[in-house]
Design a protein. Structure first.
Length: 180
């Protein structure tokens, strides 16, 4: 079975428990933190992948690292460690976040711009592009990229909306090459 399918099963189980306990926001915040730790700390990942370290030691490290988290989140992490699935923890987090976003009718979007966006610009982008992807709003992460020259480029899931000057120049260049 592929890692993606396995990760999705764990995410669905945790999501269902979060819904039953009416604690979706709490679980999502915890899962986002877990994902950040796993993506940003190669040392943490290598410790958990170390075959010489006992499962109980790995669980103790995770419990200490995520002290104050709900027992359900910790139990999920412990279960993944028990089953030697430490490598899919970030994937489980991704699937959980997607499920939570779908439930709320929102989507995560990365907006690339030449300067930081104002709150008004973020709200405007969210309202326009949320409709295009069938959501009620977007949770925007703004990344400043001066190579765009002007305009913005959005990534929502696997869709890209490129309204940047650089994107327009690249498309124009491709058209000119094809017409030669």
């Amino acid at each position: 079975m592929s890692k993606g399918i396995v990760a999705k099963r764990y995410a669905v189980a945790l999501f269902q428990l979060a819904n039953e306990q009416n604690a979706l926001d709490k679980y999502e915040d915890e899962i986002r933190t877990v994902k950040q730790v796993f993506l940003n700390s190669e040392d943490f990942q290598s410790v958990l992948r170390n075959p010489k370290l006992s499962i109980d030691s790995k669980k103790a490290i995770v419990t200490q690292a995520f002290q104050g988290f709900s027992q359900m989140t910790l139990n999920t992490l412990h279960l993944l460690i028990d089953r030697h699935r430490e490598d899919i923890i970030a994937d489980v987090a991704d699937h959980f976040i997607l499920l939570a976003n779908d439930r709320r009718g929102i989507a995560d979007a990365t907006v690339y711009s030449v300067r930081p966006l104002t709150e008004t610009e973020e709200v405007g982008i969210s309202s326009v592009f949320a409709k295009k992807v069938g959501k009620s709003s977007l949770r925007i992460q703004n990344i400043v990229d001066s190579s765009l020259i002007g305009g913005v480029k959005l990534r929502i899931g696997n869709r890209i909306f490129d309204g940047s000057v650089k994107g327009k120049l690249d498309r124009l260049e491709r058209e000119l090459i094809v017409k030669r």
